[in-house]
Write a protein that binds this ligand. Structure first.
Ligand code: TYD
Length: 238
């Protein structure tokens, strides 16, 4: 029998998660907290039970994507708030995928939210909290050495494949996948989908009512945040 994965030292504490080393080579533990932040951590709060819900949603999404041939850092769901993941080196580029206008693109371009795009838009941000995750492009990524062209090619094609898969997945469950953020990591010469896929980093709208089922409820003080996250979980694991 395989040795169970056991937690060792805390390596890093982020805004919504804590990463621990383990005694299994190449495996870390990701612990999901209830803490929530928005607007580059200017707004802080907690969403009761969010860590438990997000661990379940993210595990289900990674399992689904792995089943469709997407390589991810997911190893296994260990407990209510813990997931075992491969110990990747995070590529400092956030990949944002948009299907419908919302949030920063609406602000930046002066266009309404809720407009369906004729094809997905990919955007890149440099992952740096002190700088507020600035908008960057492929030239900046290559020249500054954040990722190689080969890595960028993988990130782009995986992001588009994940988009097709996730759009269909949510559509079948009565949810519109508006936009979301992906992160990737390097592991033994491969580029793996990493971080989390949860309503913290996705905009998800109810297909019928267009009710927001994501972190915009926290950002915009819309209330019923936990209920919205739970609704997503129940549809995801249906
Ligand atoms: P975006 O509209 O660019 O930013 P904001 O959330 O500030 O309006 O966000 C697009 C999607 O990506 C949205 O679902 C939130 C997610 N996202 C993150 O999770 N983290 C980030 O650092 C950024 C920039 C976006």
């Amino acid at each position: 029998m395989e040795k169970p994965i056991s937690k060792k030292d805390q390596l890093y504490e982020g805004k919504a998660k804590v990463i621990f080393s383990t005694d299994t080579e190449g495996v870390n533990i990701m612990y999901f907290k209830d803490d929530a932040t928005a607007f580059n951590a200017e707004k802080k709060g907690t969403i009761e039970n969010k860590g438990v819900i997000n661990n379940k949603i993210s595990s289900a999404m990674f399992r689904y994507l792995e089943g469709k041939g997407v390589k991810t850092h997911f190893v296994e769901e260990l407990s209510e708030r813990e997931m075992a993941v491969k110990e990747v080196e995070i590529i400092p580029v956030e990949v944002i995928v948009r299907n419908i206008t919302a949030g920063s693109i609406s602000k930046r371009l002066g266009i309404d939210e809720g407009i369906e795009l004729s094809s997905p838009i990919l955007e890149y941000c440099y992952k740096d909290d002190d700088l507020g995750d600035p908008f960057i492009n492929d030239y900046i990524i290559r020249v500054m050495g954040y990722a190689t062209q080969a890595e960028l090619d993988i990130m782009e094609s995986v992001a588009l494949k994940v988009n097709d898969l996730m759009k269909e997945f949510f559509d079948e469950r009565g949810i519109i996948l508006v936009d979301y953020k992906l992160e990737f990591g390097r592991y033994k010469g491969e580029v793996l989908l990493a971080d989390e896929i949860t309503p913290d980093g996705c905009r998800l709208w109810d297909k019928v009512t267009r009710e927001k089922l994501d972190k915009d409820r926290f950002r915009r003080d819309l209330g019923n945040i936990e209920e919205a996250y739970e609704k997503v979980l129940n549809k995801v694991i249906k």
